[in-house]
Design a protein around this ligand. Structure first.
Ligand SMILES: Cc1cc2nc3c(=O)[nH]c(=O)nc-3n(C[C@H](O)[C@H](O)[C@H](O)COP(=O)(O)OP(=O)(O)OC[C@H]3O[C@@H](n4cnc5c(N)ncnc54)[C@H](O)[C@@H]3O)c2cc1C
Length: 328
């Protein structure tokens, strides 16, 4: 953790941890008491460390700022550890699903469920089946890019609106030198002093992924959205200017390569992952209910305790597969 251009000192560290504890305690109490309200409405004034804690709990973790997700939703998340796959998560998926017939580059355009079974019109033709599992993001569901005929029941449509996508993305930098002085897979954060329209203006970083000097810098919440909308390398410029402020102008020469991805404007995601709005916790249960024993929804947003994660998406799919095999 840095403050300005130096590591945090002991008294600052104590103040930071105290502020973080205060915030987490307030959210934890609200969640335990099933208060479906925003963290912003229950967290007391955290003074000097307020924006830093906001960033770490909200934008960096949930991909949303503290006024736009629900304490009770947050409370139900199991939490866990991150693990890294040197070959990339896609490689892991391809390996684990190697016995499953998967056809990529096929877009589902319309799902008809008015008669017997289900008919899915795709870019490569029509598929008929007894049932369908829809695993697209709530961003895609909300966009209307997949037409349902007849339309989804109103309650389901309302539930989709209560689980909007958050915003989160990485700027990856391959460095030629470990400017952070950290070991492999070490997190780097800093005290946040600025905001843009209430959203902390900051990144959080993973440094030296696997000891390779590959680092990634994550932006979240409305500030991430703002950067993605600004386009033109706005995110890269922001990250590099912050690094220069903390480590000096010379650091730019250690950047070998950069990469970034815009999940907001990708029509197959429309955001990073979902979280319930304040007052919208009910929507998760609603989305887990199938429609007429024919349409099921699965994916991270439908997970009961691991939403926002790959583990949650995977488990949700397994649960739905079991349900369908029982029903059919
Ligand atoms: C920057 C970032 C970092 C993250 N870091 C982590 C992490 O460290 N750990 C972790 O566990 N999770 C992480 N996540 C979250 C994780 O990626 C998601 O929770 C997970 O991908 C959700 O899986 P899913 O199957 O529910 O949805 P998706 O991964 O969105 O899969 C849905 C699929 O449907 C496809 N699709 C969309 N529309 C159509 C259509 N019309 N026809 C056909 N196919 C369609 C999409 O192309 C996509 O392949 C991160 C997310 C982001 C954006």
């Amino acid at each position: 953790m840095y403050v300005g251009d130096r590591p945090i000192n002991d008294s600052e560290k104590a103040a930071f941890f105290q502020a973080q504890r205060k915030a987490l305690r307030a959210m934890w109490r609200a969640g335990r008491d099933e208060l479906d309200v925003s963290p912003a409405s229950v967290i007391p004034d955290l003074g000097d460390w307020g924006l830093t804690v906001d960033f770490l709990i909200g934008a960096y973790e949930i991909a949303k700022d503290l006024d736009s997700f629900s304490c009770v939703d947050w409370y139900t998340a199991a939490g866990g550890s991150d693990f890294y796959c040197r070959q990339g998560i896609g490689t892991l998926f391809q390996h684990s699903a190697r016995d499953v017939a998967v056809q990529t580059d096929v877009t589902a355009e319309k799902i008809r469920w008015g008669g017997q079974g289900v008919t899915v019109e795709t870019s490569e033709g029509t598929i008929t089946a007894k049932a369908v599992v829809v695993t697209v993001s709530t961003g895609v569901l909300a966009s209307g890019d997949i037409e349902f005929d007849p339309p989804l029941p109103v309650k389901k449509q309302e539930a989709i609106q209560e689980l909007p996508m958050g915003h989160y993305f990485h700027v990856g930098l391959q460095m030629s030198k470990n400017i952070f002085g950290t070991g492999a897979d070490a997190y780097f954060n800093y005290k946040v002093d600025e905001e843009v329209d209430g959203s902390p203006k900051a990144f959080g970083a993973l440094t030296n992924a696997g000891g390779t000097d590959l680092c990634y810098f994550d932006m979240g919440g409305d500030f991430a959205k703002h950067l993605l909308e600004a386009g033109n390398n706005a995110a890269y410029d922001f990250v590099v200017s912050e690094l220069k402020r903390m480590f000096g102008n010379h650091i730019e020469k250690y950047i070998v390569e950069s990469n970034s991805y815009d999940w907001l404007h990708d029509p197959y995601t429309y955001g990073s992952y979902a979280a319930a709005k304040p007052g919208g916790f009910w929507a998760r249960d609603e989305m887990r209910e199938n429609i007429a024993d024919r349409i099921w929804f699965a994916g991270e947003a439908m997970s009961d305790d691991d939403w926002s994660t790959i583990a949650g998406a995977h488990k949700s799919g397994l649960i739905v597969a079991e349900e369908i095999s029982e029903v059919l």
